[in-house]
Ligand binder design. Structure first.
Ligand SMILES: [Zn+2]
Length: 359
């Protein structure tokens, strides 16, 4: 079997499609034949060898990339009960944790001191066969294809935390998602619209603005989002501002993000792709009764809830493009250039086995 791995840190030339040993499942593991694996910004950061607070690096090289994946169970360990069986279509929860601390018991997995992410410290899902504890997979709703499911774990679990668990977006609220093209941003817009909110977004690219305007869950696009875009947003609200801003960009956008918040508004932070040391006025934050909420990747509860939600709703991930595993370098280039609207997904080439498409 093959997989996409980095052999060192740096540019896309560090990525190789390698022949890998087949995994041997432990007694409580299942082996998933991965059909599709979506890319995340984490893939770029790990490849580049980023260091800093909250950044995790692979334990060893070569390191198989991939936080997101979905596929079919092809083997189960001796102690795996009947909850997961061979032939089940599943998605993999991309984190592991101690399972016994107060946070794990409450499903707040990402707050566990022993929390690690598949594809970061541990080998990832961009390989054709992947062994994982049975408790870390969720069986897919029949209506959800493996392709759609592969785009869900990181982006939609984070968006679920942003919009539902932490952001608590209510019907009728105005929600502004900064930098509209990324996977988490798109997911947050979909979920916010589904919650009955009015959804606005910003982008620096006119070409991307045109594509964002075509999305049925986007009410308004502010572009170009040069520094100072807050003035345009405030104009559009007669100076009132918006109830929620979702910001995953960080340093370059925080000043505007805080300014557009109505009194009592919430800035929900789920990333810092543009830098993590913002130049802001703390007075602007507290004097407007504005609240700052951190929303990292969600826990098992969010992951489970988002798949249950997709099973009973018409919401489906926005997929920008699907590329064969062999073109993983092109996938990185596209993500790095921020060309995409939605998720970039790799097809692992494991064929059209049972349940490959939704029923
Ligand atoms: Zn724990």
């Amino acid at each position: 079997m093959i997989g996409a791995a980095i052999t060192g840190h740096g540019g896309v030339e560090q990525i190789q499609v390698l022949s890998l040993p087949e995994p041997v499942p432990g007694p409580s593991d299942v082996v998933v034949q991965v059909a599709y694996a979506a890319l995340n910004r984490a893939d770029l950061l790990i490849r580049q060898g980023l260091t800093g607070p909250g950044v995790r690096r692979p334990r060893q090289l070569p390191h198989v990339l991939g936080v997101d994946g979905a596929g079919t169970v092809v083997a189960t360990g001796a102690q795996v009960g009947d909850a997961i069986r061979v032939g089940d279509r599943v998605a993999v929860f991309p984190a592991s944790s101690c399972e016994v601390c107060q946070y794990c018991r409450r499903g707040l997995t990402s707050s566990c001191a022993q929390y690690t992410l598949i594809g970061e410290e541990e080998p990832g899902l961009q390989q054709q066969l992947f062994a994982v504890p049975a408790r870390s997979v969720v069986r897919l709703p029949d209506s959800l294809s493996l392709l759609d499911a592969a785009a869900v774990p990181a982006a939609y679990t984070t968006a679920w935390t942003v919009v539902v668990t932490t952001g608590a977006v209510r019907p009728g609220e105005r929600v502004l998602v900064v930098g509209g093209g990324g996977g988490v941003a798109i997911a947050a817009m979909q979920l916010a619209a589904h919650s009955g909110a009015q959804v606005w977004t910003t982008t620096r690219s006119e070409e991307k603005a045109a594509r964002l305007r075509e999305l049925p869950f986007v009410d308004r696009v502010f572009s170009p989002a040069a520094p100072g875009w807050s003035a345009a947003v405030l104009d559009a609200t007669d100076g009132e501002g918006v109830d929620v801003v979702v910001d995953s960009v960080g340093a370059p956008t925080w000043r505007d993000s805080i300014r557009v918040l109505a009194p009592g508004g919430r800035l929900v932070v789920c990333g810092a792709t543009g830098g993590d040391v913002p130049d802001i006025s703390i007075r602007e934050l507290y004097q407007g009764n504005r609240r700052l909420l951190g929303a990292p990747f969600g826990g098992w509860n969010d992951f489970r809830d988002v798949f249950a939600f997709l099973g009973r709703s018409e919401v489906r991930p926005v997929i920008d493009r699907v590329l064969p595993l062999e073109r993983v370098r092109d996938a990185h280039r596209a993500l790095e250039a921020q060309e995409q609207v939605g998720k970039i997904v790799l097809d692992l080439g494991t064929g059209s086995g049972p349940g490959h498409t939704a029923s």
